[in-house]
Design a protein around this ligand. Structure first.
Ligand SMILES: NC(=O)c1ccc[n+]([C@@H]2O[C@H](COP(=O)([O-])OP(=O)(O)OC[C@H]3O[C@@H](n4cnc5c(N)ncnc54)[C@H](O)[C@@H]3O)[C@@H](O)[C@H]2O)c1
Length: 351
């Protein structure tokens, strides 16, 4: 039997403890968490205990982990402003790299990442987990039948607490509310809505008009993001994201095409996560395969994402989410910010 991939974690916070851990536990033949790095020792201890990582392999400086631990790959799950440096140093150390979204905070940083990854000849991917939920997987399998899309829309709205600020006592809130840490609604939350609807539209975005603004909270990052995108195919998509609007529904995305429409709801219980419209039958709920008794299967899509990614790493085949896809998502976000200040559509150069 082949030895599992030895994995080091850079960042052991909320998403690792609540979600990534579940994925690693379901993949014991393919991957073994053998080293950890986090600046907060409580988080090192919690995750160290989850995976029985020996004390000497728990590092407070990720650079020491990269230099000393016997690892083949890293997962990076830290505040956004740290991703670029951590990816570049990991690439220089010869690691395969799985980075949480976003790739970086700017395209300038993203260009440096591509250079380092190319120079190091290492596999690199960014977590686009929504693509792996039961609803999205089933929707994507129906796109051929649906024909040419003409319109898409994607919504992810919620209400952060009233004291949401960069001084918030919960670190995961505080860095998301800070520009210096790479926070903001569009890059943190709407990030998912953008790649999910783009996957349904099957055509890269060419022009972006948008308002990415701070309307409600006393923070130096956006709390609302409204985008109008034109795809290379000529189709149009809207993306609505907010931290200052109470949700009336879970996040969702839709594609409307020649032969019908699909609506995917990103929700914990996946029983009615997918609906399809046809002229003959109207809107109908579609049954999804392999849900458990409560209608749940990998609600965030992380298990599916990590399974596909580690299987590809082990086999040496192409990773399911390419650097190009993550770069394009960041290019849409950067264009939306520019469109807000320029008050006009911004063109995204096609690669
Ligand atoms: N894909 C998804 O659905 C999803 C969901 C939530 C979060 N995320 C992403 O995961 C990442 C982390 O988010 P989170 O919610 O876990 O945040 P968090 O604040 O809970 O965790 C971040 C962790 O990084 C650690 N850290 C900070 N500086 C560090 C450094 N220099 N070296 C090592 N560790 C350091 C912190 O101590 C903390 O443990 C972000 O990129 C976020 O966008 C993705």
């Amino acid at each position: 039997m082949k030895k599992p991939i030895h994995l080091g974690l850079i960042g052991c916070g909320g998403i690792v403890q609540n979600t990534h851990a579940r994925a690693y536990r379901s993949l014991t033949e393919t991957v073994k968490v053998t080293a950890l790095a986090d600046v907060v020792t409580e988080n090192l201890q919690k995750v160290g205990e989850l995976f029985n990582v020996p004390a000497e392999n728990r590092y407070t400086a990720y650079q020491e982990m990269l230099a000393n631990a016997e690892i083949d790959a890293v997962t990076i799950a830290t505040p956004h402003s740290l991703h670029a440096a951590q990816v570049i140093e990991s690439a220089n150390a010869g690691m395969a790299i799985i980075s949480e979204k976003p790739m970086a905070t700017t395209l300038e940083e993203a260009d440096k990442i591509l250079e380092a990854v190319d120079h190091g000849g290492v596999p690199y991917t960014v977590v686009h987990n929504y693509l792996f939920t039961a609803g999205m997987q089933s929707a994507m399998a129906q796109l051929d039948e649906l024909g040419e899309p003409h319109f898409g829309r994607s919504v992810g709205m919620g209400l952060k607490p009233m004291d949401f600020s960069a001084d918030h006592p919960t670190p995961a809130f505080a860095w998301r509310a800070s520009k210096a840490k790479g926070g903001g609604c569009i890059i943190d939350t709407s990030y998912h809505e953008i790649y999910a609807v783009c996957a349904l539209m099957q055509s890269p975005v060419r022009y972006v008009e948008a308002r990415v603004q701070t309307l409600r909270f006393d923070i130096d990052v956006d709390d609302i993001a409204m985008l109008l995108c034109e795809h290379q195919s000529g189709a149009i998509t809207t993306v609505s994201g907010a931290w200052c609007v109470p949700a009336t529904d879970s996040g969702w995305c839709e594609v409307h095409a020649e032969n019908g429409s699909l609506r995917v709801l990103h929700r914990q219980n996946a029983r009615d996560a997918l609906r399809r419209f046809s002229r003959t039958e109207g809107w109908k709920q579609l049954a999804l395969p392999d849900l458990d008794e409560e209608g749940i299967k990998d609600a965030s899509g992380h298990v599916g994402y990590f399974t596909a990614t580690f299987n590809a790493l082990a086999a040496g085949t192409a990773l399911p989410v390419s650097a190009g896809k993550a770069y394009h998502n960041l290019a849409i976000i950067e264009a939306a910010r520019k469109a807000t200040t320029a008050r006009r559509a911004i063109e995204i150069p096609q690669s």
